[in-house]
Design a protein around this ligand. Structure first.
Ligand SMILES: CC/C=C\CCC/C=C/C(=O)SCCNC(=O)CCNC(=O)[C@H](O)C(C)(C)COP(=O)(O)OP(=O)(O)OC[C@H]1O[C@@H](n2cnc3c(N)ncnc32)[C@H](O)[C@@H]1OP(=O)(O)O
Length: 289
């Protein structure tokens, strides 16, 4: 992948701090502008916290940061597992940054979508064992991110779902397939068509979420679950994951350009722009109240 100038600026910002002793093992902390990363050198588990106020929404720059970090972790032989969570204990991620899709410049819009595809491909196809510790609301693109992991733990009191149809948007086939692969066809049919935002308990009952744990205990639970995943020899786990996920990934890889064109054509329609404007006004007005 060729990174643009903006992306390279982010690479420079990703500062590696010196190894620091933590207990008996070494722990590395690092930070980009919008990500907090804690790497435990002994267990090989990286905890990545989304840290982009106010709602961890994914814009082009944030997605680029995540892609660069994923590449670093994939290439780091000592890293075996990734726990993805939020630094904001109320919102895991508000999904795609709606401002990227409102009055967009077509070139940036296409780059934005390609970068989202890249993020999904790297997380969904990661060699690492991946656990989403969902410690807040997780609509649309936030839900997709969680669906891309191997295991999901969610705190009660929040909502999650692919709610695109509620916004008059058709969820792309790879969003829907991600849901089907986790919940099964019937549940995916219902929740994607209706654009359901489910409570933690509802999500658990359809298998979208594997475990429900109070927010304050979610990271500890994620680390314990990670130990189970890392008991399996890496190569066996990785090749099995690849075998299961490859057909879904291949479908996007084969249609990547077509998918970008569809997205750009759809988003730039006058009717969609009008609806987007109304939705943004509603969000801003709600925030003011
Ligand atoms: C052919 C295929 C075509 C298209 C496919 C497109 C697929 C799209 C996928 C998506 O992910 S679309 C985005 C969907 N996300 C949402 O609809 C979430 C909307 N937000 C919320 O529901 C809530 O904001 C919340 C995330 C639950 C947080 O609620 P809270 O009450 O804590 O915060 P508040 O609503 O006051 O928002 C604070 C602040 O943040 C702004 N905001 C919220 N969400 C987004 C977002 N997704 N993108 C950009 N900005 C967002 C909100 O406007 C407020 O801003 P302000 O303080 O400046 O007013």
């Amino acid at each position: 992948m060729i990174w643009g100038r903006r992306a390279l600026q982010h690479v420079k910002r990703f500062k590696r701090l010196p190894f620091q002793p933590e207990g008996l093992h070494r722990c590395m902390s690092a930070a980009t502008q919008n990500l907090v990363v804690e790497m435990d050198g002994k267990s090989g588990v990286a905890v990545v916290k989304l840290n982009k106020p106010p709602v961890n929404s994914f814009n082009l720059e944030f997605l680029t940061e995540i892609n660069i970090l994923m590449e670093k972790l994939e290439n780091d032989k000592s890293c075996r597992g990734l726990i993805l969570t939020s630094n904001n204990n109320k919102i895991f991620s508000g999904g795609l940054d709606i401002m990227e899709m409102y009055n967009p410049q077509p070139d940036r819009l296409a780059e934005f979508w390609r970068t989202l595809q890249g993020m999904w491909l790297s997380l969904y196809g990661s060699r690492l064992a991946t656990i989403a510790a969902i410690n807040g609301h997780s609509p649309a693109g936030g839900c997709l991110t969680a669906l891309s992991c191997d295991y999901r733990i969610m705190a009660p009191g929040f909502t999650i779902g692919l709610n695109e149809t509620q916004l008059g948007i058709i969820p792309p086939f790879w969003f829907v397939e991600s849901m089907i692969n986790v919940t099964g066809q019937r549940q995916a049919e219902v929740c994607c068509q209706k654009g359901l935002m489910m409570t933690t308990e509802q999500a658990h009952s359809i298998g979208l979420v594997d475990d429900v744990v109070p927010g304050e205990a979610i990271l500890e639970r994620a680390h314990n679950e990670m130990k189970n995943w890392l008991k399996v020899p890496d190569f066996a786990r990785q090749l099995t994951k690849r075998q299961i996920r490859k057909p879904t990934m291949d479908r996007l890889i084969a249609k990547r350009d077509e998918d970008i064109q569809n997205f750009v054509q759809f988003i730039t329609k006058d009717s969609v722009q009008k609806a987007m404007g109304v939705y943004i006004d509603q969000l801003k007005n709600k925030a003011k109240k």
